[in-house]
Design a protein around this ligand. Structure first.
Ligand code: DLL
Length: 443
């Protein structure tokens, strides 16, 4: 078996030592940017501050916020702080419209990326010598290569299968018997369904751990994946601008929230409107400062992702945790004045037995205002079979009708909006074919 030479002791650093380390790193970073970044030099000048004003991590609130637009305005390489010949890799964020957001890595940055992904895999339960079935997309997306290098750093072997061709993925999992899989949660559901279609049970699948992220997901999806694949499913979060996957990660024995590797990525939660820090524990926009990156460090990067921070009394490690992302501020729907994220609807499903969390939301608009939401969702076959209902008979339609009403009521109760729920047979709505899924359909 391969042995890992990684040292994870930093994850258990005493809080005062961690703050000291963050303070030193922040002061050094601002000096570095003042020297190398025309963009940040200009921003610091505008605010009338210099690197001399940044001595402790608390001084971070004096610093400018960086937005995605700043990266777009300096497309492609304008925010890089090293010459192009010092780069080792270039990635882009996953936006589908307009020019991509470009990020560069020096060799040190790639090492850092591998280190935080290796830490994440370790927290997910993976061990040196295990095999990773890496179904994240390889290419300019950070998922595939990010997990690949991290797994190798931990001492795992990797099958770089990438996303798509689900039938083949399933065959190779059966033949190669990997212990660990990584992909988006929606694609893990597709893979799990493919096993079920073949009549293969969780006990027959070698997988033990699933490392899932790149899109919001909730406990109902975790439950389905854990049950169908017989794994511990944990949440990995990250974004290209900061590094890629491995900004934060759940522990497989703790779950519920993800440790932020805050010796490298300093988190703040800001109010989306006032842009001021919210009281600790309250929800807002996650803003991250990269304390140690070289090619494209960012100060207070506005991720647009909504979450909150907390300390877990029973946590193994000392670093702060974040709750699962509720959604991106961009994906928020306003239904008759109520702010709604798809993940809140998904969460409401968990209160009705028999919902298969493969769903789509279609906003219903009147005079350019969203007044309601149509929800298409699947019903579990087993439930229908258990009641011995023949598809499309009156009994079936009545049952499905009241099932849909139950979901509508739960959504009304928990999210506060009116929806029309259309119930579909299991496996009849389009599935994720690899990569990130978009739950919101346009009419
Ligand atoms: O999605 C990096 C990644 C790859 C993360 C593989 C995890 C696993 P981008 O393509 O730049 O990078 O997209 C980043 O995806 O700002 C969030 O909105 C969303 N996102 C990523 N992970 C999660 C997660 C990668 N675990 C954007 N939960 C982020 C919710 C997530 N949203």
């Amino acid at each position: 078996m391969l042995v890992s030479f990684m040292d994870f002791s930093i994850e258990y650093l005493k809080l005062d030592q961690l703050r000291q380390l963050q303070s030193e790193r922040l002061a050094k970073l601002v000096g570095y940017l003042e020297e190398r970044s025309g963009f940040y030099r200009g921003k610091l000048n505008e605010l009338g501050i210099s690197s001399q004003d940044i001595r402790t991590i608390e001084d971070i609130t004096k610093l400018p916020i960086t937005y995605k637009q700043d990266l777009r305005d300096h497309y492609p390489f304008g925010l890089f702080t090293v010459p192009k010949n010092e780069l080792q890799r270039i990635h882009c964020s996953s936006g589908t419209t307009g020019k991509p957001t470009v990020v560069g890595y020096t060799k040190e940055d790639v090492d850092l990326f591998s280190e935080v992904v290796a830490r994440s895999l370790n927290a997910a339960g993976a061990k040196p010598g295990m095999q990773l079935h890496n179904a994240y997309g390889y290419g300019i997306f950070t998922g595939g290569l990010g997990l690949h290098y991290g797994a190798e750093k931990l001492g795992m072997s990797v099958l770089p299968i990438s996303g798509g061709m689900t039938a083949r993925q399933v065959d190779l999992i059966l033949d190669f018997k990997p212990e660990v899989i990584c992909c988006s949660p929606s694609y893990a559901l597709t893979i799990a369904d493919e096993f079920a279609k073949k009549g293969i049970t969780a006990e027959e699948v070698s997988l033990q751990y699933a490392v899932l992220g790149s899109e919001p997901w909730t406990e109902i999806i975790r439950g389905h994946i854990e049950e169908k694949l017989g794994v511990h499913a944990t949440n990995i979060y990250g974004l290209s601008e900061i590094i890629g996957p491995g900004v934060s990660m759940e522990d497989f024995e703790e779950k519920g929230g993800a440790y932020i590797w805050e010796d490298h990525f300093y988190p703040e939660i800001l109010d989306p409107v006032t842009k001021q820090p919210v009281p600790f524990g309250e929800e807002g926009v996650l803003v991250i400062t990269t304390l140690t990156k070289k090619a494209m460090p960012l100060l207070r990067y506005w991720t647009n992702d909504i979450t909150s921070l907390y300390y877990d009394q029973n946590a193994k490690r000392t670093m702060v945790k974040m709750k699962p992302i509720v959604g991106r501020a961009d994906d928020m729907l306003i239904v008759r004045g109520v702010n709604v994220y798809p993940s809140q609807i998904e969460d409401a499903f968990s209160y009705v037995e028999g919902v298969v969390p493969n769903y789509y939301l279609t906003p219903v608009e009147k005079e350019q205002m969203c007044v309601a939401l149509d929800v298409d969702v699947e019903i579990n076959d087993e439930l229908v079979k258990a009641r011995q209902l023949e598809i499309n008979t009156d009994d079936y339609l009545n049952f499905v009708g009241s099932f849909g009403k139950n979901i509508e009521n739960e959504i009304k109760k928990r999210v506060g909006i009116t929806t029309k729920v259309r119930v579909h047979a299991q496996d009849s709505l389009p599935k994720c074919e690899g990569g990130k899924i978009n739950r919101i359909l346009k009419k």
